[in-house]
Design a protein around this ligand. Sequence first.
Ligand SMILES: Nc1ncnc2c1ncn2[C@@H]1O[C@H](COP(=O)(O)OP(=O)(O)OP(=O)(O)O)[C@@H](O)[C@H]1O
Ligand SMILES: [Mg+2]
Length: 253
Amino acid sequence: MSITDTEAAVSPAADDSVVRVEGLSKSFGDHEVLRDIDLRIGANEFVALLGRSGGGKSTLLRLLEGIDTDYEGTVLVPERRSVVFQEPRLLPWLRVWQNVTLGLTGSTEALKKRAVDVLGEVGLERHAGTWPATLSGGEAQRVGLARALIREPDLLLLDEPFGALDALTKLRSHALLRELVRIHRPGVFLITHDVDEAISLADRIVVLDGGRFVLDLIVPFDDDSDELQLTLQRIKRDILAALGVEWEPAHEA
Ligand SMILES: Nc1ncnc2c1ncn2[C@@H]1O[C@H](COP(=O)(O)OP(=O)(O)OP(=O)(O)O)[C@@H](O)[C@H]1O
Ligand SMILES: [Mg+2]
């Protein structure tokens, strides 16, 4: 895997990071949104980003995506990166499988076969030939995931991908994402407003506030022990405190 500057190609990274951000600052006019931040995401590492609305999360994601190249500092990302947004952004005039392969080259037959395979991974094989308008919100979002995965990204960027889903569909989507990440092993950068989502999916959680990371913590491995539950509750309290919310776990009487 090669890692490239979002503006110019550079030599491969010496370590196994898929993202290397150093001294990154970003302003819109005189509004400084990101202030001298550093971030590394290891190959196969799942990092969740939380922060207040308007705090600069999507701005950071756009810099990692390479869409916005107007910044100060260093942003190194792999060439193969995919993005999923809160809205699935499917083209209504293309069938589901064509949305999945949009922008890829190859024979129609080969592309369709690849699309059907990856749609199978998200449980939508039988929808390959249908129109996006016939899909539910959760299904459309899974097509978005399929479209991201077919590119076999080294870095998967997710901007509140489950934000618009109902609670049950959200939980199902978490399980699906966990499984897909286990199989495909990309580095993942997930923006979310849902602290429980971040804790249940990520290896590491960072909190952005005032243009800087105010918290960066590792989520312990999920093994269902009582002690682990207490640690996770403490982590949740610390994250919420960093977000300016007071919260204490409910204690049993
Ligand atoms: N193209 C732009 N021009 C000017 N200001 C912008 C632009 N894009 C974003 N901003 C400003 O930068 C700040 C950060 O926006 P951003 O979209 O990154 O926030 P966010 O953390 O993703 O918020 P949310 O949680 O609501 O999605 C906001 O104040 C926003 O108004
Ligand atoms: Mg945003």
